[in-house]
Design a protein. Structure first.
Length: 629
């Protein structure tokens, strides 16, 4: 679509007329809604008109578009509507109306909008994810990332620039609205930055143009396609362009016009005032659900490994072995699996996969925010995507990125190691004890914390084949293999992981310990110690820490004592969920919760547990006192 050297005069006249009309749309919808960002939307408008016209939006494979500065949604909607992709009347009338698709920040599901944005600085990372899809699937599409100048202040943008250059993502073109204004004033005053120099220093090509000249925009897009390198087109623009009293004024960045200003602006544009018509049309509720493309991939899960204590396999290594096995069963047959790492491959055990499948392993460096978003975007394209990291980096540090992933309905497999108190002597800064509560805030994430290497193996294969976002947690050290009373591996032959199911590891009539992860083996040791005192406790493993297994809990409700036992924050672990369930079901026994009540000490795991009173000996003494009074 970029065959000719430049646009014809007829085409230029058409763009000028579309721009005039769309400016009226922007002002009307923001005035009608009483909120929005008219100035910046007008600043970006000409960029949108040209990119949406000349990107391959209807061919196969179609180009991908990410609007990183999602607050300029009025510009996006008006441009798409004036180009015939949306209803102009509906865009104006239902902007920022509850139930409408035309939200205050652009959302995935609007035609040709491939990523829900609004949290500035994440768009280029998402674009990198889509660009990787083009390479992996050998689909020759282009990725356009439309950005603002103010968001270049975000550190994640520089992370994404470096990643794009490292992996030679020459099918990315950034088009930047460089108007020099942000919500608090001039960008050079709010936070000085060397925008062009930063792109150049990270190895990008930069083209500077007049961002309101449609011909310059066209020629820059055409040239970008001929450069074997990531390209940033810097479009020098004017806030509120074409309406003199709005130009260069930060006031109009995020504030609609008052009625007198609105009337004056329409007069300048030569546009009829139809505000009353749209007020009437806006009445009522629009119930809308986005039409999202689905890219489900059916993979071969292989045969799970069976590990015994003598194998000396920790959960991290079990994950790594399962991941490599999944790669071997699928990648040679065109069922793509990718893994992302942030300089921790030897610790999170993705190294074997990386050696076997280097083209499907991506080293993001110490850039967790960027890596989380890239992995999320890639996972929406039918590629099974794993992102492995320490817990404190993979979700604590990147919660906002995972939240936006969740909003975008990604299919991410987030593997967190070094969780709970089981991180070795690294100390409190590396003890991720709060992620269960964090993940519980994400509506579409499911959290699983397996208790031994065999359950880990089966969980990894399960999440790989199952659509949706999953968080799988595991500690640093080797935990004992769980065995049945007959000596057979508990999570071995005949066991298949089922999300939401609790596992009765040991039976007992005097009470129950409900636990998960690193503490399951210790709970069995506590049970064995109390057997010598004539107390028989049931031990239940709860790997799906945000789900209640009603069938198992029916038996638990009959027991006089219920103890929760975890090496995580007891306020946000399994205890509140179980307490809520017991309260609603009229439980009349005694419940006690044992978990982490402060940031942990630095030392070997057993030492740290002892400081917290969570070691086997301390727990045995406490439970004995409770049950024998």
């Amino acid at each position: 679509m970029l065959e000719r050297e430049q646009l014809t005069e007829e085409e230029l006249e058409r763009f000028r007329e579309l721009s005039r009309l769309a400016k009226g749309d922007i002002l009307t919808m923001t005035t009608l809604a009483g909120s929005g960002h008219p100035g910046g939307s007008i600043s970006s408008l000409d960029i949108y008109l040209v990119v949406f016209t000349f990107a391959n939006l209807t061919g196969k494979p179609r180009d991908r578009i990410v609007v990183s500065h999602g607050h300029t949604s009025p510009g996006v909607y008006s441009a798409l509507a004036r180009l015939g992709y949306l209803s102009i009347d509906e865009v104006i009338a239902f902007f920022r109306k509850a139930g409408s698709p035309y939200e205050g920040h652009v959302v995935k599901g609007i035609p040709f909008i491939d990523w829900s944005t609004g949290n500035l600085g994440q768009g280029l990372s998402a674009g990198c994810g889509f660009a990787l899809t083009s390479r992996i699937c050998k689909e020759p599409f282009h990725v356009y990332v439309l950005m603002s100048d103010g968001e270049q202040q975000k550190g994640q943008v520089s992370e994404a620039r470096r990643f794009a250059k490292k992996y030679g993502l020459s099918n990315i073109t950034v088009v930047m609205d460089y108007n020099g204004i942000q919500i608090s004033g001039k960008t050079r005053d709010v936070m000085p930055q060397m925008v062009i120099e930063n792109f150049l220093s990270d190895g990008w090509d930069v083209l500077e143009i007049n961002g309101h000249d449609h011909n310059e925009l066209y020629k820059a897009l055409k040239k970008a396609h001929t450069i074997d390198n990531p390209v940033c087109i810097v479009g020098h623009t004017v806030m509120g362009y074409g309406i003199p009293f709005m130009e260069h004024k930060e006031k109009y960045h995020g504030s609609p016009l008052n009625m007198s200003e609105y009337a004056e602006a329409l007069k300048i544009l030569g546009i009829e005032d139809r505000l009353s018509y749209y007020k009437d049309k806006r009445k009522g509720v629009w119930q809308w659900k986005p039409s999202l493309e689905t890219n489900k991939t059916v993979i071969e899960c292989g045969v799970p490994f069976i590990w015994r204590d003598e194998d000396k396999i920790d959960n991290r290594t079990a994950f790594g072995r399962a991941l490599k096995d999944l790669g071997e069963k699928n990648i040679p047959h065109g069922r793509f699996i990718c893994a992302f790492d942030c300089d921790l491959a030897s610790s999170v055990k993705t190294g074997d996969f990386a050696k076997a499948f280097p083209e499907y392993f991506f080293q993001g460096g110490i850039q967790e925010h960027n890596t989380a978003t890239i992995a999320g975007a890639l996972s929406t394209t039918g590629i099974i995507t794993f992102f492995a990291d320490f817990g404190v980096f993979g979700i604590d540090e990147t919660y906002n990125q995972q939240r936006l992933n969740d909003i975008n309905k990604t299919n991410l497999k987030l593997i967190l190691t070094h969780v709970g108190l089981d991180v070795g002597p690294d100390g409190k800064t590396h003890q991720c004890i709060d992620y269960i509560g964090l993940a519980n805030n994400l509506h579409h994430f499911k959290t699983i914390i397996p208790c031994d290497p065999n359950q880990t193996d089966r969980v990894i294969r399960y999440v790989a084949k199952t659509e949706g976002n999953f968080l799988v947690g595991m500690g640093r050290n080797r935990w004992p293999v769980i065995y049945r009373d007959d000596g057979e591996v508990f999570f071995g032959k005949g066991y298949e992981f089922e999300y939401g199911r609790m596992d009765k590891l040991k039976d007992g009539k005097d009470g129950v310990i409900i636990t998960y992860g690193a503490m399951a083996g210790r709970a069995i040791d506590i049970r064995n110690a109390l057997l010598k005192e004539g107390i028989e406790l049931r031990v239940i493993n709860m790997p799906c820490v945000n789900e209640i297994d009603k069938e198992v809990m029916e038996g638990v409700l009959k027991l006089p004592y219920i103890f929760t036992y975890e090496d995580h924050n007891f306020r946000t672990g399994i205890a509140p969920l179980l307490a809520d369930y017991l309260l609603k079901h009229g439980y009349r026994g005694r419940m006690e919760s044992f978990g982490v009540k402060n940031y942990g000490a630095s030392g070997e795991t057993e030492e740290v547990l002892k400081v917290e009173g969570l070691d086997v000996e301390s727990m045995t003494d406490m439970l004995l006192k409770i049950m024998k009074g």
